[in-house]
Design a binder for this molecule. Structure first.
Ligand code: GLN
Length: 253
């Protein structure tokens, strides 16, 4: 049984990232696995799960969500026991070390990723985002071949990476982390942080399969017919001059 939890949909449901949970559930069921999707509302005990999906939201609810996750401590414990996390936008900032609230003051993050978010220059990063998975992240995500990642972004925060994480991808179109580097997202162990909405797993099903394989502790998964997702990717990526096929080949050294 794979348990998938969408964390605080009542606080972090603004950008449709709860869809990531639905995609994980469906891809597990299509392959004949037993799976359950839990909507983990704030103010209740965080359920035990194999994969936690944390979505985007406004600055105020984001501060509340971080406070609650820090106070209960369960997310950190479950990750140290092997649970995987997909954290998007506000979620990415929340699982980092600190981020700005609506008042501009810094607030503590959960500390699962060595990243720090600052308030940007006042201009929100809004629009299509395309990014190529980095060589470092490629090895951590293996054997799932991540293509050019596609999504949309909508954030004011700018996120700088520390030494304990690797960048998930390099921006080909859009802003991404926006800290002056071309980085998009961050990765450490089984924790993926990204600015990609979409939901990101609808646009990039290979990432869903990476998370499921971690949860199932398997090396490979039966292929699925992803034509619909490929059509969506082609349509979205072509808008920003990218193609799905562009892919560097990495060699071990
Ligand atoms: N409130 C955060 C920011 O603007 C996150 C936004 C989001 O989750 N889309 O940076």
């Amino acid at each position: 049984m794979i348990r998938i939890a969408v964390v605080f949909p009542d606080l972090l449901g603004t950008y449709g990232d709860g869809g990531n949970g639905a995609i994980l559930l469906q891809r597990a069921l299509w392959r004949g696995y037993d799976a359950e999707l839990l909507q983990a509302e704030s103010g209740t005990a965080l359920p035990a799960a194999d994969i936690y999906c944390i979505g985007g939201g406004e600055d105020g609810p984001q501060v509340r969500a971080a406070r609650e996750l820090i106070d209960c401590g369960d997310l950190v414990h479950r990750v140290s026991d092997g649970a995987a996390v997909l954290a998007v936008c506000a979620g990415f900032q929340i699982v980092g070390m600190s981020f700005p609230g609506s008042d501009g003051a810094n607030h503590d993050g959960v500390g699962l990723l060595d990243v720090v978010t600052h308030k940007g220059d006042g201009v929100r990063a809004v629009g299509e985002l395309a990014a190529e998975v980095t060589e470092e992240a490629h090895w951590l995500l293996a054997p799932f071949e991540p293509p050019v990642l596609s999504g949309f972004e909508n954030h004011g925060g700018r996120t700088a990476l520390g030494a304990d994480v690797v960048p998930l991808a390099r921006v080909a179109a859009g802003v991404g982390n926006g800290d002056g580097s071309a980085n998009e997202g961050a990765l450490r162990d089984r924790v993926i942080g990204t600015y990609l909405h979409g939901p990101v797993l609808a646009r990039n099903p290979v990432l869903a399969d990476r998370l499921l394989a971690w949860a199932l502790d398997v090396e490979a998964l039966a292929p699925l017919n992803d034509e619909a997702a490929e059509d969506l990717r082609n349509e979205r990526l072509s808008l920003v001059g990218q193609t799905t096929t562009k892919r560097r080949s990495f060699r071990r050294h």
